[in-house]
Design a protein around this ligand. Structure first.
Ligand code: G6P
Ligand code: MG
Length: 988
């Protein structure tokens, strides 16, 4: 991903400010300064008709449809496209000064400032302009799109001729000459239409108001836009109206006295036949007439109040980085502006700021954006889920077209029909079903809205579970596991594969949840259970099938790498030639045929890594780390959905700096136009995931079944991170500093959370402060060669075996098998000696080595502890520092017993649970996780090189016994130097 990380807006906590008029910035600023209320979306172009890029106005869910023309069609392909429409522009106000048009590219700009005020929801422009003939004009325009009044927007246009009298004309228009953007070769921009889609029907002019009605060409939807204008001035003026094809204008001609204030207030309303079946013209006219009576100030204060409440619940405060603070608030503000709140619409991928992705709703909404609304604005979250229920019938039809049972939600749509023309990265992304259910579950668990579950949720849940069972099969060639074949996961650089791990895991959870809710409903509300199962003719036997499919779900784990394979074929492909790919060839999708991309190991965005975040409780930290280490270098980040997930995953495994770097790509992605395409609209999912990255990333929150877990850590540059969550009606504040975190329950009944594995109760109105400062909290010991000199006995035992096998064995070779498991050690020896044995023979050999080793350790006693170890263990105990043993030796338990130090050890890792041995960090991570200590607060002590590697890669402080271990953070000759005070000194 190219990083065009240059900010054009000065740092400001609550505003986005443009300080000069820069024509180059016009396209991008039309997105940045766009206003919306979840229904209306108004581009950030000027009121005058000069200096614009696209001049867009969208209404959420208002679209035109056309048949999709395929070169080669096939059965079941999506039939019609749906494209959000650029509608009547109602915000035009042209100003003429002594007949010269006010135009920023003529005359002289003496002062210019435009700002998006996110506290008040206003776009404000202040200009001092000198006309070509020398009149100085001061202009101040405030634009608002009302959150409380879905159909309404308002503009206050104040103008003053500062030095001389002037003849001013203010021409307030409705303009129906609008078109959608034309598409070039970038599939992400959208598709244009041939000719004019909005057919003019009626224009009504009435005093200071006007109304235009249009109808769409193919779908015959009605669109009405009305305006009312009110002029406030002491100057003399006349008013007239004007009408031309597709335009209506109210024109005020004013004898503007020098310095006299003139203010035009304009109200604009939109109604369509998709909203209402009543008399649209009446509704729109009534709306603007009433608005005119109330006046602009009334609406400005409504807007302020609305946002006050919004920010109180939604704001995240970051101390120490004003650029991030600004980017974050900008993102949250745009999310608010994008979210349909009527239950009939959702959140388009580009918000209401562009035609990119044609105004469609994708999984972006549920996976990337909805968590923010669930935790901060649950009412909006419910509306978004209601939208999914509204299209459930169409999802049932789609499943039927796809020869399946139940319901299949469309990959992209406005009104519920599948509209993706490219099925490999469309319909094949069946995971959207499970994504919707995942988000719904989060909503139900967090909000506790059982009414929604009963009224709509359970039906969606059961129908999607039904779908999975009908899609998959128990395949004999796969050990009779339940397989989902021919699917595409989140990573669109791999398509139509078998057993995409993300899809299988998400489907598994979908099925498990369906089984759980079916049982719960049956027990707790048999009436509702009967109603729902009756409605969808669900048989009890189907629920058993869900259970079997979930339990039998095939999850592809690759033993060799110790990772989950992205799908059945992924690891058998060639790795993409990253070094040979020029920087300009990214994003790959614009430079390579899909087949070229599909046949390589290369990712557009995280896939397995995303699953490991969403279902974190199913994986060990070691698995998460190995998967991140494997997949991250293969991830191009060509999707804007990428860096946030990479950031969250990195934060969890202790890669805090990497997490921060990825976070920075998300936090200001649009404000800094990092992807270079913000002129086509914001990246809603990336905006939503800024919130995810902060809450799930740096605050380390996880939420499973309504319970919250925290493990916070701030990135270096920040001093503090503070935010609120609404959980089951409670208001919880989390305030994270460098040294401590404070949990406050502002309202609602007592609540318990889990902080780093420890259950923590917070009482109403009370705070709980927990220390998170960096300090030694645990020491994890290797055993052989660290606690006792059994490393020497291992040496002797291997030496004896090697002599017998006539393999040369010396101290140097011994170094390379230190810390290595028994069988792996033998393999190293045999390789060294050029010998080959069968598995059975190898078993006999390792057994005989072990017999000899056992005879050597049988006399070990407490006195065999290496120097200073006893004292160190006791000192650690005394200070409350946890102690663990991380050895792959199967004899460790016995050795510890003989040494009589069992009571001093809090936890010993059972080597049989370790999937990947040292140098993989797994064994150390298991120890730390078990002790609930963050890795950075752990110390690992080792006498083997592989051990030091493992400790370091676990993100812990490493102590090396033996001067040859140069990579250790603290390397010592032997244990005689190993004291707690020495450790503390070097750790600091
Ligand atoms: C430790 C030792 C190795 C030994 C391994 C397996 O890591 O450092 O030298 O090979 O444990 O020990 P075991 O007792 O199971 O053979
Ligand atoms: Mg050792």
């Amino acid at each position: 991903m190219k990083n065009r990380n240059i900010s054009h807006y000065p740092p400001d906590e609550w505003k986005i400010i443009e300080e000069i008029f820069n024509p180059d910035m016009i396209p991008r600023n039309e997105t940045i300064f766009a206003l919306g209320n979840g229904y209306i979306g108004m581009g950030g172009d000027y009121e005058e008709t000069s200096n614009f890029f696209h001049r867009s106005t969208y209404l959420n869910g208002f679209y035109e449809s056309e048949p999709i023309i395929y070169g080669e069609a096939a059965y079941g392909y999506a039939e019609n496209r749906q494209t959000i429409l650029n509608v009547t522009n109602g915000r035009i106000i042209e100003l003429f000064v002594d007949n010269e048009p006010f135009d920023l590219s003529t005359g002289t700009i003496l002062r210019y400032k435009r700002s998006l005020d996110m506290k008040n929801g206003q776009l404000i422009r202040e200009v001092l302009w000198q006309s070509p003939s020398g009149k100085r004009i001061e202009i101040r325009v405030i634009r608002i799109v009302l959150f409380n009044y879905k159909h309404l927007a308002a503009v206050s246009y104040s103008v003053r001729s500062t030095d001389k009298d002037a003849e001013l004309i203010l021409k307030s228009c409705l303009d129906g000459n609008v078109r959608n953007q034309s598409r070039d070769s970038d599939p992400r921009i959208g598709t244009s239409f041939d000719g004019q889609i909005l057919k003019h029907q009626t224009t009504i002019l009435d005093g200071t108001g006007a109304t235009i009605r249009h109808v769409t060409k193919n779908t015959h939807f009605n669109l009405v836009c009305s305006m009312e204008n009110q002029l406030a001035t002491r100057c003399h003026y006349t008013v007239k109206t004007e009408q031309s094809e597709n335009q209506a204008a109210v024109i005020f001609s004013i004898d503007a006295g020098k310095g006299e204030k003139i203010e035009l207030s304009k109200y604009i309303a939109y109604y369509t036949s998709l909203d209402d079946h009543d008399d649209l013209i009446f509704l729109a006219q009534d709306e603007v007439r009433l608005a005119k009576e109330r006046g602009f100030q009334y609406f400005a204060s409504c807007q302020h109040q609305f946002l006050n409440t919004f920010w109180e619940k939604s704001d995240i405060h970051i101390e120490g980085d004003i650029a991030v603070q600004q980017g974050l608030r900008f993102n949250l503000f745009h999310l608010l502006q994008s979210a349909g709140m009527d239950g009939k619409t959702s959140i388009p991928a580009k918000g209401l700021t562009g035609e990119g992705y044609e105004g469609h709703y994708f999984w972006d909404t549920e996976i990337y954006v909805l968590p923010f609304f669930i935790y901060c604005n649950p009412h909006t979250a419910r509306k978004i889920l209601e939208y999914r229920y509204r299209i459930l019938d169409k999802a049932r039809q789609r499943a039927c077209i796809m020869s399946q049972k139940g319901a299949l939600f469309p990959w992209r749509t406005i009104t519920g029909e599948e509209t993706s023309a490219y099925y490999p990265a469309g319909t094949a992304q069946y995971h959207i079903n499970a994504d919707i259910i995942y988000a719904m579950r989060k909503y139900i668990d967090t909000v506790g809205d059982l009414d929604f579950l009963k009224a709509s949720g359970a039906e969606m849940l059961f129908e999607t579970a039904r779908f999975w069972v009908s899609l998959g099969d128990f395949i004999p060639g796969k050990d009779n596991r339940f397989c989902l074949n021919c699917v595409t996961g989140p990573d669109e650089y791999t398509a139509v594969v078998n057993n995409n791990t993300y899809t299988n895991l998400m489907a598994k959870e979908n099925l498990e949840y369906a089984v759980k809710i079916a049982a719960w409903l049956k027990k707790n509300d048999p009436g509702e259970f009967k109603r729902i199962t009756g409605k969808i003719e669900l048989l009890e036997s189907e629920i058993d099938e869900w259970k079997k499919a979930a339990e039998g779900m095939f999850i592809h784990f690759d033993k060799e790498h110790g990772i989950y394979a992205q799908d059945d074929s992924f690891l058998t492909k060639a790795v993409w030639d990253f070094p040979g790919t020029p920087e300009d060839n990214y994003p790959l999708l614009l430079h390579y045929h899909p087949l070229v991309i599909y046949r390589h190991q290369v990712l557009k965005q995280p896939d397995v890594v995303l699953a490991m975040f969403l279902q974190g409780n199913r994986f060990s930290t070691a698995e998460k780390k190995r998967c991140f280490d494997y997949y991250d270098p293969l991830t191009t980040g060509d999707s804007s959905l990428s860096p946030c997930i990479q950031s969250i995953a990195a934060a969890e495994i202790g890669y805090t700096e990497i997490a921060y770097d990825y976070f920075m790509k998300t936090a200001r992605m649009d404000l800094d136009d990092i992807n270079g395409n913000v002129k086509y609209g914001v990246h809603t999912a990336a905006m939503g995931s800024t919130w995810l990255s902060l809450v799930y990333g740096f605050a380390g929150m996880r939420d499973y079944e309504g319970r919250l877990y925290f493990n916070p850590r701030l990135p270096e540059p920040w001093k503090r991170l503070r935010f609120r969550l609404i959980v089951q009606g409670r208001s919880l504040e989390i305030d994270i500093g460098k040294e401590s975190v404070v949990y406050t329950l502002h309202s609602g009944p007592d609540f318990s959370i889990t902080h780093r594995g420890t259950e923590t109760l917070i009482s109403t109105g009370k705070q709980v402060k927990v220390d998170i400062s960096p300090k030694i909290e645990a020491v994890i010991f290797d055993l052989d060669g660290v606690i006792t000199d059994t490393a020497e006995y291992h040496y002797q035992a291997w030496k004896k075996l090697s002599d017998m096998l006539k393999i040369p064995f010396d101290r140097k070779l011994n170094e390379s098998i230190k810390g290595v498991s028994r069988m792996d050690s033998l393999n190293i020896l045999l390789k060294h000696g050029g010998k080959v044995f069968s598995n059975e023979e190898k078993q006999v050999l390792t057994d005989s080595k072990n017999e000899y080793y056992k005879s050597l350790i049988k006399d070990i006693t407490h006195g065999d502890l290496l120097p200073c170890i006893d004292a160190l263990l006791k000192d650690l105990r005394a200070e409350g520092i946890k102690i663990a043993v991380a050895s792959v030796s199967l004899n460790a338990e016995e050795v510890i017993k003989r040494l009589q130090i069992e009571d001093l050890i809090d936890f010993r890792v059972d080597p049989s649970v370790v999937v990947k041995t040292k140098p993989d960090p797994e064994i150390f991570l298991i120890a730390a996780d078990k002790l609930n200590i963050p890795y950075r607060n752990c110390v690992g002590i080792e006498d083997a090189e592989v051990g030091i590697k493992a400790i370091k890669s676990a993100g812990m402080f490493s102590v090396g016994i033996g001067k040859q271990l140069k990579d250790a953070d603290w390397s010592i000759k032997d244990t005689t130097e190993l004291t707690l005070s020495g450790l503390k000194e070097h750790w600091a």
